[in-house]
Design a protein around this ligand. Sequence first.
Ligand code: F6R
Length: 342
Amino acid sequence: MVNNSAYRKMIELIFNLPEQLTIGMELGAHFQLFPGTGIDNVVISAMGGSAIGGDVVRMVLSQEINLPVTVQRDYHLPFGVSSRTLCVVSSYSGNTEETLTAYAAAKAKGAKLISITSGGKLAEKARRDGVPLLIIPGGMPPRCAIGLLSVPLLVILNRLGICRSFEPDIAETSRLLKKNLPGWGRGAKKMSRKINNRFCIIYSTSRALDVVAYRWQCQLNENAKILAHWGTLPEQSHNELMGYGAPEFLNGKIVLVVLTDQTSHNRTILRLHQLVKLIDRTLAEKMILKTAGHSLLARLFSLIVRGDLISVELARLRGVDPMVIPRIERLKRALSSLRRGS
Ligand code: F6R
């Protein structure tokens, strides 16, 4: 039996996002900076929930700046990291081994480093190495800290002269969430009932929304403890379309969630409607959701939180605890004992 307080706590964390955005702005504004000159590219090195925060930043910036911004989820750094790379190493716990390995690699390359964490080994190393360190409030599952893992970085990048100020966008996001979270919370209850006991496929219809579709999948995995799959349109209509119908036990059990935005190409939307006609008999449900808000940041968060809420409601329906991720913890422990033994 899962204690009701686990669902309440997770919902509360989602409803506290506007507050996170405010704290994030302040943290970014007070961060001790180095001169922002001589930066050719930005690499954000992170995993899981911490990486999604980096993806939000990457996505928002990619619409406005020419400087390449990459999010790398690996032990390795991408090719081409140099002393002219700003390498942001972000791990909420500060103990993720892939991210710590990437930190060492970035240091060895002489990259300009910034560490973002709530503590752990990353904080220790950054302090020891004199690397600029942004400490964010701890005590929640990393995936719930998405505001703290994105907003301070946007503010810091602005202060480094890499992008414009996103303060109006952050303020809009906060207003939009405060206004809509209660209604989206009620909607999430209904939608979670449609997804329960089915296989959920999430398609993004614009490259701006890829991060959101992936976030939905991760939240369904980690909070609701179900398999789910994300893909993109138009791409999936050139390959995955042929896979609907097999394995047969999935027929009639697929819920297709399609995320749309003003940046979705009108031909992609047309394509979506044609595609749905072709696979209709394999689908139990289809839901087409649209972003709300004006700025891209607000639009991304408008669909991120809806997925977050649905994942918690689904966890409730399934009787699983949305707060804990025991299998991931077990894997991390197994890996760290292997490292110690080797
Ligand atoms: C847990 C979660 C995970 C972690 C990932 C990396 O809430 O979302 O995906 O984010 O295991 O850990 P951190 O973020 O601590 O580096």
